[in-house]
Write a protein that binds this ligand. Structure first.
Ligand SMILES: *Cc1c(COP(=O)(O)O)cnc(C)c1O
Length: 391
């Protein structure tokens, strides 16, 4: 972070700042002198706006290796997950009502499945190992004759654990089960090639890749039996699958962010690895510290650690001006221990002491060096002030 800011932002898994080039792209599409028109309109202004939408679709399609016409614009990954899961479950409900997912998914998946359970669908929640990784054999064992849909995320937003979506997708393909992947944390950061990978539905969001909040996408594979019922009614836009006037500026911003991500993917990844390794080297000696989630199958943009005998809320305060998350940004308001970490077998106390550091393109080495120093100091200070002893 620049010295002009009064905080050090290490919460990129929650959201990222908008890239300046992306912000310029977005701003240039709003006013009277710009291509602001409704792209559904057949007149010249509408057609000009449509060019920006098609260019963005090509960029996103190139990033994930699919045809541009397989992408549906949504308001973000939350909506994409809802559309994919509810839409596919309803579309296939005459064939069967059994669905499969994991307890470690984002709330925008788990809450959707809970709602479907209340509507009479039967959901199997497959537990990961204590490292957060799903064993494909456990996945296969949970499947039934009437299973219609499985939803397994690519990169976990709390731990950074990467699931083997190829192995899981292959199992789904062999049994004609639709496979949905929440890729909000991996789009533009890990290679995705839908032309060759066995994924039927994929959700992503712009604001996790230096694009604007409020725009996301759902990929729908062009395969027999792969379709989603619309959740919204209101027009013929996007073949009726997701009606509503397209936000041309947000879509163009998403497209620009995708183009930059594709060009920078390797550099970004290397940068994240150096940041994560530096931070880990700087804190690993703290007494009673341990890392949450697999250290092997892990995305380097996220490091989640717990520490014995420390309470997470006090730690968060003691860490200021670092902006980090306890467990998950979505869980920080209520004081419930992270359900994701609980599913990895952590005790309530261990889950409550968890801190998620997440970094991005704009994070500097000095930021993680400061974070390591502050973390060690904060733990030492809290242990002195309020020693919590195990009974
Ligand atoms: C951020 C995130 C979401 C929600 O995305 P929005 O675009 O904010 O709705 C869903 N799933 C995962 C894994 C995420 O990280």
């Amino acid at each position: 972070m620049s010295t002009a800011t009064s905080f050090v932002y290490l919460d990129y898994a929650a959201t990222t700042p908008v890239d300046r080039e992306v912000a310029a792209t977005l701003a240039a599409l709003l006013t009277e002198d710009a291509d602001f028109a409704n792209p559904s309109a057949p007149h010249i202004a509408g057609r000009r706006a449509g060019v920006h939408v098609r260019r963005a679709a090509s960029r996103l399609a190139a990033l994930v290796g699919c045809r541009p016409d397989r992408l549906v614009w949504t308001s973000g990954a939350t909506e994409s997950n809802n559309l994919a899961i509810v839409g596919a479950a309803r579309y296939r409900s005459n064939r069967g009502r059994h669905l499969v997912t994991m307890p470690t998914e984002h709330k925008a998946v788990t809450d959707v499945f809970r709602a479907l359970e209340r509507q009479g669908f039967d959901v199997t929640w497959i537990e990961p190992g204590t490292d957060g990784v799903l064993d494909p054999a456990d996945f296969e064992a949970a499947l039934r004759e009437d299973t219609q849909l499985a939803s397994i995320m690519h990169v976990n937003n709390e731990t950074g654990v990467i699931q083997d979506i190829d192995a899981i997708g292959d199992i789904c393909r062999s049994r004609d089960i639709l496979f949905h992947v929440d890729a909000a944390q991996s789009l533009g950061k890990l290679p995705i090639d839908l032309d060759t990978q066995p994924v039927d539905l994929l959700s992503a969001s712009a604001h996790k890749i230096y694009g604007p909040a409020g725009i996301g996408l759902l990929y729908i594979a062009d395969r027999p039996g792969c379709h989603v019922e619309a959740l919204l009614y209101g027009g013929a836009q996007q073949r009726g699958i997701r009606p509503g006037t397209l936000p041309v500026h947000l879509i163009a911003g998403f497209g620009k962010a995708a183009e930059i991500a594709a060009a920078r993917m390797d550099d970004d990844y290397g940068h994240l690895q150096r940041l994560r390794d530096t931070l880990w080297a700087g804190i690993r000696e703290v007494a009673g510290l341990y890392r949450n989630g697999s250290a092997v199958r892990s995305f380097p943009g996220i490091l989640n650690v717990s520490v014995d005998d420390i309470e997470g809320e006090s730690l968060l305060l003691a860490l200021e001006p670092l902006c980090v998350a306890t467990g998950s940004a979505c869980n920080s308001k209520d004081r419930e221990p992270s359900y994701v970490l609980r599913a990895l077998g952590l005790s309530d106390a261990a889950a409550q002491s968890a801190i998620r550091f997440s970094f991005g393109r704009m994070t500097r080495m000095a930021d993680v060096e400061l974070a390591a120093e502050r973390y060690g100091d904060a733990v030492a200070r809290l242990r002195q002030i309020a020693p919590v002893r195990a009974a």
